[in-house]
Design a protein around this ligand. Structure first.
Ligand SMILES: [Zn+2]
Ligand SMILES: [Zn+2]
Length: 383
């Protein structure tokens, strides 16, 4: 099968304390160990399904900011992505496709089913998994980073990570439409998990502020709209992404260099502040000072962006305002995927504008290059 393979040099940074287990598995924090990344088109063996596994013929895969972070490097040539990475690997984790083979023991899926699949492969056995924090599983493998991904014609996946899209195809009247919009289920589910699983959710009538209007922020905006937000104020440094924020349900979208974001939130909420603030910019050093000044009493911040830097926070505002901060990663195991799929079936999420570019799989290199501009919503590879 045709596939894209990511390779790089294993070169742990000086001062990065690597464990024996990491050295043996050659799996560790990407930005600390992998230097000089190279993406190449390769021909690999077609996969066969193991026990409980299905083979999915990939039909669509979104280019994620994390993929961009494996393509881009810092001044020393290290990849920017800071999650666990084991190379070489086939990247790609925001995918949909059609089941073309089922292994022994598969119960819920059959050849011909259309599916979207979770990309955080938690073990399901450890204490962390079995006490309700599957996204924090210490044995987590990540599709496209430490486990073979979907920038390939086929991928094998345990059926427990798959969710059917057949209802979505019926609702939209088109299998192709379901496969394309279905590739957004993964990033939207990361927003869903942050707001409604890791965080304490939101209530109809809440004021909402969202920092960062990439796919995760846009997913948060669409979910807030579907949940009955009274107002949604968005911030991004890209004019294109601010336009997308409005298209996905925000009431206002500002460049944070043109306005004082905290003032803009206070103005939009008649001085009350935001009940829910979502940080999806990965720029906490810049955004925290605004966020801490514009909490509604009892407000909550959901931290979805990532940065290796220490952010300035005046924690006293959490005391005075009974505010809270919840961090979150991932989307697996807590029913996020099926709920997002149901919302898409009802066309209750205004996320269609998020897909700003569709390209054939063979255009992978142009697509990943384009993603570095950070002006698109979601660039979709269609197979
Ligand atoms: Zn992603
Ligand atoms: Zn586990």
């Amino acid at each position: 099968m045709k596939a894209i393979v990511l390779e790089a040099d294993w070169a742990p940074r000086e001062g990065f304390a690597i464990t024996d287990a990491e050295r043996v598995a050659r799996k560790a924090t990407g930005s600390a160990v992998w230097q000089n990344p190279r993406f190449a088109a390769r021909s690999l063996d077609d996969p066969t399904p193991g026990h409980n596994e299905v083979v999915v013929q990939v039909r669509a895969c979104g280019v994620c900011g994390s993929d961009t972070h494996c393509y881009e490097t810092d001044e020393q040539g290290y990849i920017i992505f800071s999650g666990p990475v084991s190379l070489p690997v086939v990247p790609g984790h925001e995918y949909t496709g059609e089941v073309v083979a089922v292994g022994k023991g598969v119960r819920e899926l059959a050849v011909g089913d259309l599916v979207a699949a979770e990309g955080m492969l938690n073990c399901g056995v450890c204490t962390v998994c079995r006490t309700g924090r599957p996204n924090q599983c210490p044995h987590l493998e990540m599709v496209g980073f430490s486990s073979p991904g979907a920038y390939a014609e086929y991928i094998t996946v345990d059926e427990r990570f798959c969710w059917k899209l057949d209802g979505l195809a019926t609702a939209l009247g088109s299998a192709q439409a379901a496969l394309e919009i279905g590739a957004l289920v993964e990033p939207i589910s990361c927003s869903y998990n942050g707001i409604f699983v890791a965080g304490r959710g939101m209530r109809p009538g809440d004021h909402v502020a969202v920092y960062g209007a990439g796919p995760i922020g846009l997913g948060a905006i669409a979910l807030a709209r579907a949940s009955g937000a009274a107002s949604i104020t968005a911030f991004d440094v890209s004019a294109e992404r601010n336009a997308l924020a409005l298209a996905c349900g925000a009431d206002a979208a500002h460049d944070p260099r043109d306005v004082d974001p905290a003032e803009a939130v206070l103005e939009a909420t008649r001085g009350l502040g935001a009940d829910l603030q979502v940080e999806a910019a990965g720029a906490a050093v810049q955004t925290m000072p605004s966020i801490e000044r514009s909490f509604a009493p009892g407000g909550q911040m959901i931290y979805l962006g990532r940065t290796g830097e220490r952010a300035p926070v005046m924690l006293d505002v959490l005391v005075t305002g009974a505010a809270s901060i919840a961090g979150s990663r991932g989307h697996v195991g807590m029913g996020c995927f099926p709920r997002v799929i149901r919302l898409l079936e009802r066309e209750a999420l205004p996320v269609q504008p998020m897909i700003t570019s569709r390209r054939p799989f063979d255009d992978f290199f142009a697509a990943i290059e384009k993603s570095c501009e950070r002006t698109d919503g979601k660039i979709l590879l269609v197979y």
